[in-house]
Design a protein around this ligand. Structure first.
Ligand SMILES: [Zn+2]
Length: 119
């Protein structure tokens, strides 16, 4: 298991960036089919759809950002945004929770095992 954990907003942002890349790659592939106007147009539209989707995701991040809570990370001391009851610090990936009851519960299985066990 070598999955790198990051905060939710960072994850969505990476996803949106990925969509832009996919969109450009699809459009680039379309250029190879320039002999066939039909296929090229199809690829261009498909690529454009990916880019539009990414714009929508970016817009969604903006909406989510208004619902985040700013907290000061106890580990690195930076002000980070968290989404929901449990999230990770955007800078150092320190698990953060607003609910004292969840402390050490939800993160025990997934996150705490890798590091910060002594906490
Ligand atoms: Zn931190």
């Amino acid at each position: 298991m070598s999955i790198k954990y990051s905060s939710k907003i960072n994850k969505i942002r990476t996803f949106a960036l990925g969509l832009i890349f996919v969109g450009f790659i699809v459009m680039y592939i379309g250029i190879f089919f320039r002999t066939s106007m039909w296929i090229m147009t199809l690829f261009m539209i498909l690529g454009l759809l990916f880019i539009i989707a990414s714009t929508v995701v970016y817009f969604w991040i903006g909406m989510l950002s208004t619902r985040t809570i700013q907290v000061v990370c106890p580990s690195c001391g930076k002000t980070t945004k968290m989404l929901g009851r449990v999230d990770l610090c955007m800078y150092c990936s320190e698990p953060l929770t607003l609910d004292p009851e969840l402390e050490g519960k939800e993160f025990d299985e997934k996150y705490n095992r890798k590091k910060k066990k002594s906490w």
